[in-house]
Write a protein that binds this ligand. Structure first.
Ligand code: HEC
Length: 132
């Protein structure tokens, strides 16, 4: 079967669309937010809440996905986080939480040794994403 250039172009556009769609969203779909709530309790709740405006040792993680690093009014960040230039996307959180905090963000006062279980990490990030 031969295809007209128009059909070929349409196919290419569709494939490109699918590629970007899946690249951008699959990691989120993979996570289970309710399992992530348990991971949060175990790993993070000692120092963080997901309630708006409620800081503990660490800043509130309410709405953390999409928030600029070190940007919460009323929380006293280390210079390392205050000067950080990134926004917390799911990818960035993946990177940050999968390794010791001091390695990802030298000078941070977050004492966390990293979560190396990929499934727990996906679930945790899905949970964080659900708190807005
Ligand atoms: C021992 C306490 C402690 C634990 C455990 C901990 N954190 Fe933190 N976290 C902090 C502190 C303190 C800061 C502020 C760091 C700074 O200013 O350098 C912070 C900062 C952060 C930030 C940056 C927030 C912002 O506003 O930019 C994120 C994201 C974060 N923590 C996520 C987590 C997650 C998710 C977990 C669990 C996997 C976790 N943390 C475990 C203490 C902790």
């Amino acid at each position: 079967m031969t295809c007209s250039p128009r059909v070929k172009a349409a196919r290419r556009a569709l494939l490109a669309g699918l590629f970007f769609y899946s690249a951008g969203t699959l990691p989120v779909l993979a996570g289970d937010a309710s399992a992530g709530a348990d991971v949060f309790k175990q790993e993070c709740a000692e120092c963080h809440t997901t309630k708006e405006g409620k800081n503990k040792k660490g800043p509130s993680l309410f709405g953390i996905v999409g928030r600029n690093a070190g940007s919460l009014d009323g929380y006293s960040y280390s210079d390392a986080l205050k000067n950080a230039k990134w926004t917390w996307t799911e990818d960035k959180l993946h990177w940050y939480l999968s390794q010791p905090a001091k390695q990802a963000n030298p000078g941070t006062k977050m004492k966390y040794s990293g979560l190396d279980d990929a499934k727990q990490l996906d679930d945790l990030i899905a949970y964080l994403q659900s708190n807005h």
